[in-house]
Every structure is written in structure tokens, then in C-alpha cells.
Design a protein. Structure first.
Length: 432
């Protein structure tokens, strides 16, 4: 298979410190500075690891220009990038979500060949796979004869079957296909190999951790993947809640059936709060249905659909509100929950997946998800309680802010990863 490879060292010459800095190969198919979601995770993990160790990041060639521009402005000691891309006649598969999955699978095959040759030159001490962060997709770098860290990965979360009745036909079809894709992935011998050969598997949620154990991972640790930089947290902290008698609730995200926006609207309608508004920021296939639902519930006068907004503008809308409502049914984690907590906003979520691991009783409300009627009722009660008690909002907001510093800070995650690496090197023998 033809390849295009480029090896760069934008940070200059690396001086090795014997006994302290490990040589680590990081697989990050998605890795781009200044981005959120998976590209942001790939970038931040690489940046944090380089504080402690010498890191080679294997990523796509299409990220090169952005990465090198950033590294010229902000050089990072000990961080190198290796770029790999499939030949042009295969790249057209990357179009659309399903195309990306197929492209990633083929990319893994070629990337392993490059990583194998690179290991012969450098002799890595440890390999970690970061993105794509789905437990049902393999990482062939697990075949290298050094300790392998898989993750953090997610995707083991499922919408409770009782909630499927609230989905459109399109939504139900999506859930069926998602379950089938996971089943195929779990029976993929390369995925099973990735799990068995991992010295440590990092799971974003308890649900994913359980699936990793079933796949054969011997050592599994829960490790949420969402975080903010110390600078971001510090700047966000200055945004105090608006001083207003009118309480504003806000939902932010792509308008998909499994994000639970319809549950939030129904819950807000049940509150019958006169001095309250419900804002929705985002766009997607469910938008027209949600707008029709708001009209049918008689709350269209107090509900505002902002549509898609750039990240900075969406954050400004968040700062104009008092409470984040995030009733997602199978998120592995939530950037918006982390940002809202850093900003001192209480969060109302369902007791499912990543958001349930992010939110505590001190920082918001985690509502049981037994069935839609019960969930809507309890979401409504949480809204009423926060709307009627400004002191509670402030107390929970301050607890959320403190938790973001302790748990959702990239500096903290980098230190934890360093501790894990050193423990693995002391205790785990490479798999031959």
C-alpha cells in the first residue's frame, strides 16, 4: 500500500534524561490544536505527555499544516509528529461518518507498518492509542512489543430501551444500526486482540469499562476524557451568573434524538414557571420536530432556538443562563458539562454515561432514567428547585467550579497519565 510519510521535529533537538523521560508513541488519528471533540483530545493528550516524556505522535497528514503552524508559535519540548496518509484512490472513502470509519480502519493498517519501522529505529518504551476513541474499533499498534495503553475510549453506553418509544423512526433506525455496529466490532478479531494485548485500558464510563473486560482487557480503569486547560478554566471562572429574577435554562449540542432535548422541553413545560426561559443552542435533524413540540406544549413563547453558533458565541449564551440542562441518553462524556461546571453553573442531567460521572450531588442533579414519564417528572422537579432557590444555584455552581479544577483540568490529567506510565514500566512486561 502506498504511503505519504513525513517526520518533523518542530520543537527542535530532544535531550534525553536517562531514567526519567520515557519514549512514547501516541496514536492519534484525530489531532489538531484549537479544536474540541476528538481532535482536541488528541492534541491535548500529546501536549500533556510531552511535559514528562519524549513523545512521537502518529496522525493524519491533513493535520500537518495546522500542527506545524502552532508549534512554530508555541514550541513544545520533546514533542514530534509523524504523518501518515492513505493513497489518493482510497481517501474518497472518508466522506461521511461511515466513510470515516472505513478510512480509519485502512489507515490503521498502514500506520502500523510505519510504527513498526519507527520502533526499530527508536525503541519506544510505551505505546498509547488515543483517537479514534471508540472501544469497538481496533488499534493495530497494540501489536508492537511494548506495553500498550488503550484509550480513554467510550461508546459502551446505550439509551435505555424504554426511551426508544420517544424516538422517531429515523432515531430508532440509528439505534439499531449502532447496536449492530458495536456487535460487529466486538466480534472483530483485531478489536479483541487490542483488548487482550492492552497493559491498561482506559474507559470513559463504567458501561465502557464493563465491555472492555468482556473483550478480554485485563487491567481497566475509568478515566473521563473531557478536560479544559488551566487558562480556560481561569478565564471561565470570571463569568458570574446573571443577576436576574428570570431564570434561564439552556441546552447546547447537536439536535439529535439521543441527546434528549425532547425530554428537556417536556420537563420545562411541566414546571409552569412564569419567570423562566428555555434556550436551545445547536442544529440538527431534530430541530423542526423540537420546535413543533414546543408549540404543542404551549411553551414556544418562552423557548428560544438559537440554531448553530460558533463556539465562542455559544459560550456567551451559556454565560447568560443560570442552569445547564443536558438530558443525553448515551454520551461517553460532555464538553459542555465540563465548561458549564467550570463557569459555576449547576448541571441537570440523566444518571447515564459520561455526564453522570461528571456531575455529583453537590454540583447538580442526576435524574434516574427508568422510563420517559419518570425522567421528565424528575427533570421538572430539579428545574423547579433550582429556579426557586438562588442560594442553591450559587452553592452548586461553586462546587462545580471546584470540581472542574480538580477533575476536568488537562494539567491534572497529564500528571495522572505520567503516574500510570511509570507504574506500567515498573510492573508490566512487554508482550512478545
Amino acid at each position: 500500500m502506498a504511503t505519504r510519510v513525513s517526520l518533523t521535529s518542530p520543537a527542535g533537538i530532544v535531550r534525553y534524561l536517562p531514567g526519567s523521560r520515557l519514549k512514547i508513541l501516541l496514536s492519534a488519528y484525530a489531532c489538531r490544536p484549537g479544536n474540541g471533540s476528538e481532535p482536541g483530545v488528541g492534541w491535548h493528550v500529546a501536549q500533556q505527555i510531552a511535559k514528562y516524556h519524549d513523545v512521537w505522535v502518529l496522525t493524519q497528514l491533513r493535520h500537518r499544516a495546522t500542527i506545524e503552524q502552532h508549534c512554530r508559535l508555541f514550541p513544545i519540548r520533546g514533542l514530534r509528529f509523524v504523518y501518515y496518509e492513505l493513497p489518493p484512490w482510497i481517501r474518497w472513502w472518508r466522506r461521511g461518518p461511515r466513510g470515516v470509519q472505513f478510512h480509519y480502519y485502512l489507515w490503521q493498517i498502514g500506520a502500523y507498518s510505519l510504527a513498526h519501522d519507527l520502533h526499530r529505529q527508536i525503541s519506544f518504551d510505551l505505546v498509547q492509542h488515543v483517537t479514534i476513541a471508540k472501544y469497538w474499533t481496533p488499534s493495530l499498534l497494540a501489536l508492537l512489543p511494548v506495553p500498550f495503553v488503550w484509550g480513554p475510549v467510550g461508546g459502551g453506553e446505550s439509551a435505555p430501551k424504554a426511551f426508544w418509544e420517544t424516538f422517531s423512526i429515523r432515531g430508532k433506525g440509528y439505534e439499531v444500526l449502532r447496536d449492530f455496529a458495536r456487535w460487529i466490532g466486538e466480534h472483530d478479531p483485531f478489536v479483541q486482540m487490542t483488548a487482550r494485548r492492552s497493559a491498561l485500558a482506559l474507559a470513559k464510563t463504567a458501561e465502557t469499562a464493563q465491555r472492555l473486560r468482556v473483550l478480554g482487557a485485563k487491567a481497566v480503569r475509568e478515566f473521563p476524557g473531557e478536560a479544559l486547560s488551566t487558562m480556560e478554566i481561569t478565564s471561565i471562572e470570571r463569568n458570574v451568573p446573571p443577576d436576574s429574577n428570570q431564570v434561564r435554562f439552556i441546552c447546547i449540542g447537536k439536535l439529535l434524538h439521543w441527546k434528549g432535548f425532547h425530554l428537556g422541553l417536556r420537563a420545562f413545560a411541566r414546571t409552569r414557571l412564569r419567570d423562566a426561559e428555555y434556550w436551545i443552542v445547536g442544529d440538527g435533524p431534530e430541530r423542526h420536530g423540537l420546535q413543533a413540540l414546543a408549540r404543542s406544549l404551549g411553551i414556544d413563547h418562552s423557548t428560544r432556538f438559537w440554531g448553530w453558533l460558533p463556539r465562542e458565541e455559544a459560550f456567551r449564551r451559556l454565560m447568560e443562563c443560570h442552569v445547564l440542562v443536558h438530558p443525553s441518553l448515551h454520551d461517553s462524556g460532555s464538553w459542555v458539562c465540563a465548561e458549564a461546571m467550570a463557569a459555576g453553573r449547576p448541571v441537570i442531567c440523566l444518571d447515564l454515561g459520561g455526564p453522570a460521572a461528571q456531575v455529583t450531588e453537590e454540583t447538580g442533579f442526576k435524574v434516574r432514567a427508568h422510563d420517559p414519564h419518570q425522567a421528565v417528572h424528575d427533570l421538572s422537579r430539579a428545574m423547579i428547585q433550582l429556579a426557586s432557590d438562588p442560594t442553591l444555584r450559587l452553592t452548586m455552581g461553586e462546587a462545580a467550579r471546584q470540581r472542574s479544577l480538580a477533575v476536568f483540568c488537562w494539567d491534572r490529567k497529564g500528571a495522572l497519565l505520567d503516574e500510570m506510565y511509570r507504574h506500567l514500566i515498573r510492573t508490566v512486561s512487554p508482550i512478545k
